[in-house]
Design a protein around this ligand. Structure first.
Ligand code: AKB
Length: 316
């Protein structure tokens, strides 16, 4: 039976996408792959340790498991990418080119690759950012996302490869922690509110960014991959959004659940990145083409984060 391969399976998206795909296709139908061992080991079985920039290793994996669908999630995020631009280019672009080449060579059925709101830049309209607009990011992460989007479209046009993509906003989840992103504060605030009663935010209180609860992101990703190809009009990457809030608005929402919660603001180098990104996104094309619809608003997302994190942290 042909299998689905998830590259970057132990990251923020992968660790929730793998179980979702397995409940749809069965455990054996989905191979998890990452550069490191899962923790705890065994929980992610079947898995393979493989570096996404190792073409021979990736090819062996595709052959060994008779892979026909790939979700390629391995990526360095925005803040890490600014600390290590060469690594960001190598991981984000080189590995994508490898996956696309192997997908053509082995006639894979479908590939998913994530872009981001980081594909936009300071000259893009920042409110209700349209699907088709200026793409001049000022971070290396953003540069790799625009490059990746164009590569995806190129492989679709030139080789007929069925590669699909969305521009994720900041993703919020109580399961896996994000790492190295600019939107990570929207997860960290919940942990610190519950564990310390206060949070020191690295963005200004008025910093407004597009965000999404992870359940919506996982469902949307699978729905896009299940959509009939003829419905898809965008082969770079679809705008995708759910909610949009400022750091101060999120803090006020958290306070409804943790009344003693205090927040302070100490903007760091991530402020500049956030200031170059949209505040809200127009994702009407995704809604029209393949029926995208989010379900979690800010109050619902906050309530479920608090409830689930309390359980995870062993609190009442
Ligand atoms: C980041 O903050 O770098 C990511 C993203 C928006 O792509 N969460």
């Amino acid at each position: 039976m042909a299998k689905t391969l998830v590259i970057g399976a132990f990251g923020q998206i992968g660790s929730e996408l793998v179980p979702a795909l397995r409940s749809k296709y069965g455990r054996e139908g989905v191979i998890a792959s990452d550069i490191r061992e899962p923790h705890p080991p065994g929980e992610m079985e079947p898995y393979e340790i493989c570096d996404a920039t190792d073409k021979e290793g990736m090819e062996r994996l595709i052959r060994r498991h008779d892979v026909d669908t790939v979700y390629h999630l391995a990526s360095l995020l925005s803040a890490s990418g600014e600390k290590n631009p060469d690594n960001a280019w190598r991981l984000n672009v080189k590995s994508l080119k490898i996956v696309l080449d192997l997908a053509v060579k082995h006639k894979l059925k479908r590939v998913f690759w994530p872009s981001s709101i980081a594909a936009f830049g300071p000259t893009t309209p920042r409110v209700g950012t349209p699907q088709h607009t200026v793409l001049k990011p000022t971070t290396m992460y953003g540069v790799t996302k625009v490059t990746g989007e164009l590569l995806c479209q190129y492989y679709h046009l030139k080789y007929g490869l069925d590669v699909r993509s969305v521009r994720y906003p900041g993703l919020i989840s109580h399961k896996a922690l994000p790492g190295g992103g600019t939107t990570d504060y929207a997860v960290g605030i919940f942990y610190d509110a519950l564990q310390k009663g206060s949070y020191s935010c690295y963005l200004r209180p008025d910093t407004r960014l597009p965000m999404m609860y992870m359940d919506d992101a996982i469902r949307g990703t699978i729905e896009l991959m299940d959509a009939p190809a003829e419905r898809l009009s965008v082969r770079t990457s679809y705008n995708l959004t759910a909610i949009s809030f400022s750091a101060a608005e999120l803090a006020a929402e958290v306070k409804k659940h943790v009344p003693s919660f205090k927040i302070s603001y100490k903007p760091d180098e991530r402020q500049k990145i956030a200031d170059s990104w949209p505040q809200s996104i127009d994702d009407s094309q995704a809604r029209k083409d393949w029926g995208w619809k989010h379900t979690y608003g800010v109050p619902e997302m906050t309530a479920v984060m608090i409830k689930e994190l309390k359980k995870k942290l062993g609190m009442r």
